[in-house]
Design a protein around this ligand. Sequence first.
Ligand SMILES: Nc1ncnc2c1ncn2[C@@H]1O[C@H](COP(=O)(O)OP(=O)(O)O)[C@@H](O)[C@H]1O
Ligand SMILES: [Mg+2]
Length: 156
Amino acid sequence: MDGSTLRTKLPDQGATETWGGELAAVLNPGLVIGLKGPLGAGKTTLVRALLRGLGVTGHIKSPTYALLEIYEVSRLYLYHFDFYRINGVYELDDAGFGEYFNAHSLCFVEWPERALGWLPPVDLWLELEPVGGGRHLTVSAGTVEGVACLERLQKV
Ligand SMILES: Nc1ncnc2c1ncn2[C@@H]1O[C@H](COP(=O)(O)OP(=O)(O)O)[C@@H](O)[C@H]1O
Ligand SMILES: [Mg+2]
C-alpha cells in the first residue's frame, strides 16, 4: 500500500459483497468510480454491494442493456452505468449522460475504458481479475478525492 493503491483477495462472492459494503461507508457525493475487468469478473456484483451499502433496497438490475440504472437514496443520486455496448461516446452525449456526473451524485461505471476522454476524471479505479475460483481486486486512486477515500478505507 503506497497511499494510492490497495490490493486484496476476494475468494468468493460473499467476500466481494462484504468488501463492497466497507467501501460504501467511505464514499461521498461527487465521486466517479470506474470498474475494470473481463465479462464475469464481478463488476456488477461489486456495484450491487456498494449500492446496498449506500441504502438501496429492492431489485438491482445490471445496466447491461439499458446502459444506465438510476437510484435515489436520501436525495443522493446513484448512477450505475455499463458502457460495454456503446458504439461511441456520441451515444452518451445523445442520451444526456454528461449531466449526471456532478457534485450531488455518485457514479459507478462498468467498462469506463470505452468512454475515456468523455468521462470526467475517475476518482477510484476498481479492477477485478479472476484468479482460480476467486478474484483479485486492485483499487487505485485517480484523484486527490480518491486518495482521501482510500485513506478512510484503511481506517475502517
Ligand atoms: N469474489 C468472487 N469470487 C468468485 N466468484 C465471484 C466473486 N464475485 C462475484 N462472483 C461471481 O462472478 C460472477 C460475476 O458476474 P457479474 O458481477 O455480472 O460480472 P461483470 O459485471 O464483471 O460482467 C457472478 O456469477 C458472481 O456470483
Ligand atoms: Mg456487469
